[in-house]
Design a protein around this ligand. Structure first.
Ligand code: SF4
Length: 371
């Protein structure tokens, strides 16, 4: 199958990548990585998406020689994953290195096309200081709403308040694991791990207090060993607190400790996308969902016609992400949850009629919903 995303080489390599190669230390705050899709949107890299769509979400990642000091079992940047940091990928797409000032200049130039900016921190001693520096550089030139996907071990209440005072619009927390035991298994009890469930929740609750309703989001990952029941309980819990749940699909990173583990089955993934949307947008009552003894979602007591109407809208299957200024999809991270050669797990645009036909098939509705 043809690749959807075909970066060739940088338009002006002198300005971007090989310039970095001439500088001894290409680290934040003067250098950052950006997603391949962001590099395309800012014309820092030529290439195209096989299915064209407007793309305005710019994802920025702090860059350090030693990488991230956490060691999560599924992450491409994990400390004990083999390979030099420079060669590691993050959520399975290439993240080219770019000078921060050049990036800010490009964001200012293409501001009218941008929908959402995001700085992803990593666990590193300089991460907070450098995020403040980069945030200042961005907000002084660009008005597009800015999110920070935070690294909780580097933060406290006052630091979150400083982000708010600097003009940050939303806080994202990459909780990923939706239960304490899965979190411990994948993020705490790992060779160089030690991330703390409580620390993550402190940061979620502090952020909610400081930034307000629907200004905080929690990344939740399907496929780390949790049950459907665990995920669905988390969706209700977050909704009640006016915190967004954003859904991600586990996508094995080669050489990570979970590199050989399977992705969640497509039917499971689609049903979770659908039910999450019904909970959030149609107030689906909890008692309409039935689970087996292992916590697998086995039955949705909801009229088939209503389910089909929900599918036809297509929004349930789009990428979850921070909104643009007017509530439109802002951060769509193409290829965040699947390889360019695989079927879309989440769509960075509204699925078309053929996509919807495939989605309906993947959902296997017979026996799963009321007739
Ligand atoms: S959804 Fe996108 S913009 Fe929002 S916190 Fe996550 S990565 Fe950042």
């Amino acid at each position: 199958m043809a690749s959807h995303y075909q970066p060739v080489k940088l338009l002006d390599s002198k300005m971007v990548l090989d310039r970095a190669a001439r500088v001894e230390k290409q680290v934040s705050p003067d250098y950052v990585r950006i997603s391949g899709a962001s590099a395309l949107a800012l014309r820092l890299m030529p290439g195209r998406f096989a299915r064209p769509f407007d793309f305005g979400g710019i994802n920025i990642l702090l860059n350090y020689e030693q990488g991230c000091f956490s060691d999560c079992a599924y992450c491409g940047l994990a400390r004990t994953r083999p390979g030099a940091y420079e060669e590691k990928s993050f959520i399975r797409v290439e993240w080219p290195l770019v000078e921060t000032d050049l990036l800010v200049e490009r964001m200012a130039r293409y501001e009218d096309k941008l929908t959402r900016l995001c700085i992803s921190m990593v666990t590193h001693g300089h991460a907070y200081r450098d995020t403040v520096d980069i945030t200042r550089r961005i907000v002084s030139r660009v008005k597009t709403p800015l999110s920070i996907l935070v690294a909780p071990p580097t933060l406290n209440y006052q630091r979150l308040k400083t982000f708010k005072e600097l003009g940050v619009d939303m806080i994202g927390v990459g909780l990923d694991a939706v239960t304490e035991s899965v979190f411990e298994q994948r993020r705490t009890n790992v060779p160089q791990g030690g991330l703390k469930w409580k620390n993550y929740w402190d940061v979620i609750h502090w952020s909610r207090e400081i930034f307000g309703p629907w200004k905080v989001n929690c990344h939740t990952l399907v496929g780390l060993g949790e049950s459907d029941l665990d995920l669905i309980d988390m969706f209700y819990y977050l909704k009640e607190r006016e915190i967004f749940a954003y859904l991600f699909c586990f996508n094995p990173e080669p050489d990570s400790r979970m590199g050989n583990e399977p992705k969640p089955h497509l039917t499971r993934w689609r049903r979770i996308q659908l039910v999450k949307w019904l909970i959030e947008e149609r107030d689906l009552p909890r008692e309409k969902l039935e689970f087996d003894a292992e916590g697998n979602l086995v039955y949705l007591k909801w009229p088939r016609q209503k389910v089909q109407e929900a599918i036809a809208l297509g929004v349930a299957f789009m990428t979850n992400g921070c909104p643009g200024e007017h509530g439109e999809p802002g951060c769509t991270r193409p290829y965040g949850s699947y390889r360019p050669s695989e079927p879309y797990r989440d769509y960075p645009f509204l699925p078309d009629p053929e996509d919807l036909r495939q989605i309906t098939e993947q959902l296997q509705l017979d026996g799963f919903v009321d007739n």
